[in-house]
Design a protein around this ligand. Structure first.
Ligand SMILES: *[C@@H]1O[C@H](CO)[C@@H](O)[C@H](O)[C@H]1NC(C)=O
Ligand SMILES: *[C@@H]1O[C@H](CO)[C@@H](O)[C@H](O)[C@H]1NC(C)=O
Ligand SMILES: *[C@@H]1O[C@H](CO)[C@@H](O)[C@H](O)[C@H]1NC(C)=O
Ligand SMILES: *[C@@H]1O[C@H](CO)[C@@H](O)[C@H](O)[C@H]1NC(C)=O
Ligand SMILES: *[C@@H]1O[C@H](CO)[C@@H](O)[C@H](O)[C@H]1NC(C)=O
Ligand SMILES: *[C@@H]1O[C@H](CO)[C@@H](O)[C@H](O)[C@H]1NC(C)=O
Ligand SMILES: *[C@@H]1O[C@H](CO)[C@@H](O)[C@H](O)[C@H]1NC(C)=O
Ligand SMILES: *[C@@H]1O[C@H](CO)[C@@H](O)[C@H](O)[C@H]1NC(C)=O
Ligand SMILES: *[C@@H]1O[C@H](CO)[C@@H](O)[C@H](O)[C@H]1NC(C)=O
Length: 570
C-alpha cells in the first residue's frame, strides 16, 4: 500500500494539475501479505473506436501458486483523457462473459484527468483459470467538438493462497448468458428481449444468476420518463414516454424466474456534469449487478436438453414496452454433484406473474403543472425439492418481494422538473433453511432540476441518491452491507465563450462484510477541490489522501445531457 501511495504522489507531481476522478467504493478485500502477480492485460488509446473493441489473449499466471487456487483476483483499470468528450460505456467481456460494466468520467482540457478503479473479480475465478479472450468495448467518437481520447491500461493482479488465506471458494462452472460475439462486448441490446438456449450438466445441483443491465440512449434517464397518459399534457421536447418504472426480467422457457428493480446509475455527463467532477455518481465506474437463485428450476434444467433463457426489460405501461435501449447480459454460477448421475426432483410451488402490479395516477392544473405518480409491487415465490445423484436432498425456496414508487413534478412551465423515486425489496433464497442469496436493498433517488433560462442554457440540479444493500450474491462469496448516500449539486451554464459551472458532492459510505472487513469514507468536493476525505476501517489505505489541488472552476466545453431529450440551448 505504501508503494501505491508513493506512486500516487509521483503521478500527481508529474502531471501537475491533472484532475484525479474517482468513484467512492470499498477497496477489494485482498490479502496484503500474499504473493502477488501483476501483469498487463491490455493497453489501448480509444480514439474513434466505434465498432472497434480491444481484443486481447489471456493466459493464467503460473507463478502465483497452482492455477485457479488464488485467494483473490483484481483488475486495475487506469485511464487518462484530455479534451472534450462525452462519458462512454465500457464493457469488459472475458471468456464470453461480461465481468465488469463501467463508464468514463468526462475529461477536462489541458492537463486532463486520470482515474484508477480497482475491481474485485474473484467471483469469476473459474474463468481466469483457463486461457481465453478478453474484450474491452469502449465505443468512443472523435468528431468536430469531440476530441477526447481515452488512454486505457488494464492490469490483473492474482493473490496466491496460503494457509492463512485459503483459495477463494468458487462455482464448478460459469455459463454465459451473452451474445458470444468474438470482437465486441457480449451484451445484448433490448428491446426486443434477448434469448439464448442453455444446456446445463445433468448433475447440476444449484444455479445462481447474475444480471448486468443499464439504460442508455432514450432510456438513460428512465426514472424521468413520463407515463404515456400524461405525455400529451407536457410540452413536446420535455419528456420521453413509457413511464419511469423498469424491471429487468429473467425468464426460463417463457416463465418468470426472477426480476430486478434496478439502481439508477447516473453517468458523469448526466444532467449536471459539474456535480460529478471529480467524484462520480455512485456506480458510474462499477455498475451494480443483480443476483437471482435459479436452483428451484434445477429439476427442469437437468434433462440434458436446451432451455431458453430470456433477459428483457419491462415498463408499467399497458404494452410493457420500453424505448431504445438497455444493454443486458448475464451469467450462471453452476455447481454440480460429485456423482455424474443426473439430479432429480420437482418444483413443488410456483407463484410469479409475468409482470409487476403497477398503478399510475396524476394531476394537471390550470397553469399546466403536471404531477405523476407510478407505483409497482412484485412478489415471486418458487419452491423445489432437489435430489443429487449422490443422494443429497435439498429443499430450495426462492422469494422476491419488491416495491417501487416514482413521483414526478413538472412545474412553472416545466422549468422545474423533480423526481422522488424509491425502489426497495427483500430477496431471499433458502437451501434447507440456509440463506443462499440475500438481497435487501433500498435505492432512494431524489433529483430537482431548475432551468434558470427557459431553454435550459443555464440550469441547476440537485441530487440525493442512496445505495443501501445487504447482499449475499451466492453462497461462495461473503455477505456484505453497503450504505452510500450522495448529495450533489451542479450548476451549468452554456456560453459561446465556453461553458461554465460549478458543483458540490458529498458522500457518506460504509461497508462491512461477513469476512470481517470494514471500510468507511466521508469525502466531499467543492469546485473540483476535495474539501474533506476521512477513511477508516480494515480496508482503509494506511494514510489519508491529501487535498487534490484546485484546478480552475471553469468547466470548458463539457458535455451535459438533460432528461427527456431536452435541448440545452444558448
Ligand atoms: C494501477 O495501474 C497503474 C498503471 O496503469 C499504476 O500506476 C497504479 O499504481 C496501479 N494502482 C494500484 C493500486 O495497483
Ligand atoms: C492535451 O491535449 C492537447 C491538445 O491535443 C495537447 O496539446 C496537450 O499536450 C495535452 N496535454 C497533456 C497533459 O497530455
Ligand atoms: C467467432 O469467430 C469464428 C472464427 O474465428 C467464427 O467462425 C464465429 O462465427 C464467430 N462467432 C461469432 C458469434 O461471431
Ligand atoms: C431454442 O431452442 C428451441 C428448440 O430447439 C427453438 O425453438 C428456439 O428458437 C431456440 N431459441 C433460440 C433463442 O435460439
Ligand atoms: C404538484 O405537486 C406540487 C409539489 O408537491 C404541488 O405544489 C402542486 O400543487 C401539484 N400540482 C398538481 C397539479 O397536482
Ligand atoms: C413556456 O415555455 C415555452 C418554451 O420555453 C415558452 O415558449 C413560453 O413562452 C413559456 N410560457 C410562459 C407562460 O412562460
Ligand atoms: C427537492 O425539493 C424539495 C422541495 O423543495 C426538497 O424537499 C428536497 O430536499 C429537494 N431535493 C434535493 C435533492 O435537493
Ligand atoms: C456556482 O455558480 C453560481 C452562478 O455563478 C453561483 O451562484 C454559486 O454561488 C456558485 N456555487 C459555488 C459553490 O461556488
Ligand atoms: C480546497 O480545499 C481545501 C480544504 O481541503 C481548502 O483549504 C482550500 O482553500 C480549497 N481551495 C479552493 C480553491 O477552494
Amino acid at each position: 500500500m505504501l508503494v501505491a501511495l508513493l506512486l500516487f504522489c509521483v503521478v500527481r507531481l508529474a502531471l501537475g494539475t491533472v484532475l484525479v476522478d474517482f468513484q467512492v467504493a470499498q477497496p477489494p478485500p485482498v490479502p496484503q501479505d500474499a504473493r502477488q502477480c501483476t501483469f498487463q492485460i491490455l493497453q489501448r488509446d480509444f480514439a474513434f473506436s466505434f465498432g472497434s473493441s480491444e481484443v486481447a489473449q489471456f493466459t493464467p499466471p503460473s507463478d502465483c501458486g497452482p492455477i485457479g487456487s488464488w485467494a483473490a483476483i483484481t483488475l486495475n483499470f487506469t485511464v487518462t483523457s484530455n479534451g472534450t468528450q462525452f462519458d462512454r460505456l465500457g464493457i469488459f467481456t472475458f471468456q464470453n462473459v461480461e465481468i465488469w460494466r463501467t463508464s468514463t468520467p468526462e475529461p477536462t482540457r489541458g492537463d486532463g484527468i486520470i482515474w484508477t478503479y480497482i475491481k474485485d473479480v474473484t467471483r469469476y475465478t473459474p474463468l481466469f483459470a483457463k486461457p481465453g479472450t478478453f474484450i474491452l468495448q469502449l465505443d468512443n467518437l472523435i468528431q468536430p467538438g469531440l476530441d477526447g481520447i481515452y488512454s486505457t491500461t488494464l492490469h490483473a493482479t492474482f493473490y496466491a493462497s496460503s494457509s492463512k488465506r485459503p483459495p477463494a471458494k468458487k462455482a464448478d462452472l460459469i455459463v454465459p448468458l451473452s451474445t458470444f460475439a468474438n470482437n465486441t462486448g457480449n451484451d445484448a441490446s433490448v428491446p426486443p428481449g434477448f434469448s439464448l438456449n442453455v444446456t446445463l450438466p445433468r448433475n447440476t445441483v444449484s444455479v445462481f444468476a447474475e444480471l448486468y443491465a443499464s439504460g442508455n440512449g432514450a432510456e438513460e434517464f428512465w426514472y424521468f420518463n413520463a407515463a404515456n397518459q400524461f405525455l400529451p399534457r407536457l410540452p413536446s421536447g420535455t419528456a420521453l414516454g413509457q413511464g419511469p418504472f423498469r424491471e429487468v426480467r429473467l425468464l426460463i422457457d417463457d416463465k418468470i424466474a426472477g426480476v430486478a428493480f434496478p439502481y439508477a446509475t447516473i453517468f458523469t455527463g448526466g444532467i449536471a456534469p459539474t456535480a460529478w467532477r471529480p467524484i462520480s455518481s455512485y456506480g458510474a465506474l462499477d455498475l451494480p449487478t443483480y443476483f437471482l437463485d435459479l436452483s428451484p428450476f434445477v429439476p427442469v434444467l437437468v434433462d440434458g436438453r436446451p432451455h431458453e433463457f430470456t433477459i428483457d426489460v419491462a415498463s408499467a405501461e399497458d404494452d410493457h414496452a420500453i424505448l431504445q435501449n438497455w444493454f443486458v447480459s448475464g451469467l450462471l454460477q453452476v455447481n454440480t454433484d460429485v456423482s455424474p448421475k443426473p439430479t432429480t426432483g420437482r418444483i413443488t410451488s410456483y407463484a410469479a406473474q409475468p409482470f409487476a402490479s403497477t398503478a399510475t395516477t396524476g394531476s394537471v392544473d390550470d397553469s399546466g403543472d403536471v404531477n405523476i405518480t407510478v407505483k409497482a409491487t412484485r412478489r415471486i415465490h418458487v419452491e423445489a425439492d432437489i435430489v443429487s445423484g449422490s443422494g443429497k436432498r435439498t429443499h430450495a425456496i426462492w422469494s422476491q418481494d419488491l416495491r417501487y414508487s416514482n413521483v414526478q413534478n413538472y412545474l412553472k412551465n416545466t422549468t422545474i422538473q423533480n423526481v422522488v423515486q424509491a425502489a426497495s425489496g427483500t430477496v431471499l433464497s433458502l437451501h434447507n433453511g440456509v440463506p443462499s442469496v440475500v438481497d435487501t436493498f433500498s435505492y432512494p433517488l431524489n433529483i430537482n432540476i431548475t432551468l434558470l433560462t427557459p431553454n435550459g442554457g443555464s440550469f441547476v440540479a440537485s441530487f440525493d441518491h442512496s445505495y443501501d444493500r445487504d447482499l449475499l450474491p451466492f453462497p461462495a462469496v461473503s455477505r456484505s452491507t453497503t450504505e452510500e448516500r450522495q448529495l450533489a449539486v451542479g450548476f451549468f451554464n452554456v456560453a459561446p465563450t465556453g461553458n461554465t459551472g460549478n458543483g458540490t458532492n458529498s458522500n457518506v459510505f460504509c461497508y462491512s462484510d461477513s469476512a470481517g472487513n470494514t471500510y468507511r469514507r466521508r469525502v466531499n468536493a467543492v469546485l473540483n477541490n476535495i474539501t474533506l476525505d476521512v477513511q477508516s476501517g480494515t480496508l482503509a489505505p494506511d494514510a489519508q489522501r491529501d487535498s487534490m489541488g484546485s484546478p480552475p472552476a471553469v468547466v470548458g466545453p463539457t458535455r451535459a445531457r438533460l432528461p427527456g431529450g431536452r435541448v440545452i440551448g444558448l
